[in-house]
Design a protein around this ligand. Structure first.
Ligand code: WQD
Length: 342
């Protein structure tokens, strides 16, 4: 079996990707320090796949720990690097923690890959690297603007580190996957998003409001230059996103028509406003969601959505699920973890 080291594999995106790796015959070797994730998602992977993925608890910035894993797990074909802090608001309040964790983790993983002659890495990047795009849909040639947050700046810096290293080491192959807005949960309700405190992201806040955990959703602004005044995003189902990682891996291992450093936008190509998403949630679930219009959130981009053509052309991947599917799956997951029947 082809071993894939999945850092941050107990997290939302890492765990869903581990499921898709197993489904395609790969062997995920998961590492996580549970700083922003929960051990229960490992059980979710097992329930869905009926396989117990190899797991090591530890920190990607810990050189000795990473080296131990590479020594124990010979034959790693690729590293999928998810391990990073990703809360935009938190990064503004604690920038040093973000630079320390997100940059050092990648540097430590790259050093260990070099030492152990592992030559493929797929990096978890984000549409945040673009900032507020001048034109949409956004394609991969869209230039970076000044990142809106330290979180976004770490993603820009990590992409630069990876590009420079792929130029310096002719054998290193890198794919950076720029996620638009991942939402939803696994259709089995065995995996989903598990915010450890008050959710910063829209969909978990919606489902926690619907579950009665939060009193009311605040829509951050309705005076933007968009059809209904609320911000527009590209919401991609987490299962589509996970499958894109396996498509990228397969191309990377089997094909030679990728450059040593490639980036791909992962999105649906459809822009959806906050109010459209809220109304769709009410429609698909029948829940009368309490919400109000509030002030804008600083740092928010007004409008962004992907041009997903390159991923289709080069990886043979495109989204199959809709944001309506994602909202229903997210609600089913919330009901399960909140033990709500019906
Ligand atoms: C979406 C829209 C909010 C909460 C961030 C990261 C990005 C990625 C996804 C990692 C915005 C509005 C939100 C609420 C609201 N992270 N909103 N009320 O900011 O687009 O992207 O998360 O991969 O890199 O930047 O996502 O879900 O926080 O916000 O009105 O209670 O929902 O203003 O317009 P965002 P989000």
């Amino acid at each position: 079996m082809k071993k894939v080291l999945v850092t941050g594999g107990a997290g939302y995106i890492g765990a869903h990707t581990a499921v898709e790796l197993i489904a395609q015959g790969f062997e995920p070797i998961i590492i996580d320090n549970f700083s922003k994730s929960d051990r229960s998602l490992l059980a979710g992977i097992e329930k869905i796949t009926d396989k117990t993925a190899t797991f090591y608890e530890g920190d990607c910035a810990d050189e000795k720990f990473i080296q131990m894993v590479f020594e124990k797990e010979k034959g790693i074909k690729c590293v999928m690097h998810f391990a990073a802090f990703k809360a935009v608001g938190e990064s503004v309040r604690q920038p040093l923690m973000y630079y320390q964790n997100n940059i050092n983790s990648l540097l430590t993983v790259l050093e260990a890959m070099n030492k152990n002659e592992v030559k493929n890495i797929i990096f978890s990047s984000s549409c945040t690297v673009y900032g507020e795009p001048d034109s949409i849909p956004v394609d991969e040639s869209t230039p970076f603007k000044k990142a809106e947050s330290p979180y976004g700046a770490t993603k820009q810096m990590c992409e630069r580190i990876l590009e420079d290293q792929s130029m310096a080491d002719n054998n290193l192959r890198v794919i950076s996957l720029r996620y638009f807005n991942p939402i939803g949960a696994h259709p089995t309700s065995m995996l989903g998003e598990l915010p450890l405190d008050v959710p910063g992201n829209l969909v978990p806040y919606i489902t926690q409001t619907a579950a009665g955990i939060r009193k009311k959703l605040t829509v951050f602004g309705s005076d933007y230059n968009t059809p209904d005044g609320s911000c527009v995003r590209d919401y991609i189902h987490i299962v589509d996103l996970a499958q894109a990682h396996v498509a990228a891996l397969s191309k990377m291992i089997d094909s030679i028509d990728l450059k040593s450093y490639e980036v791909f936008n992962l999105g649906t190509g459809l822009g959806v406003s906050v109010l459209e998403l809220v109304n769709e949630f009410i429609k698909v679930t029948g829940i009368q969601l309490p919400f109000e219009i509030g002030a804008r959130r600083s740092g928010d981009v007004e409008k962004t959505y992907a041009n997903p053509a390159k991923a289709f052309e080069k990886l043979g991947w495109k989204t199959k699920l809709t944001y309506s599917n994602a909202l229903l799956d997210a609600w089913n997951w919330q009901k399960k973890i909140s033990k709500i029947n019906g």
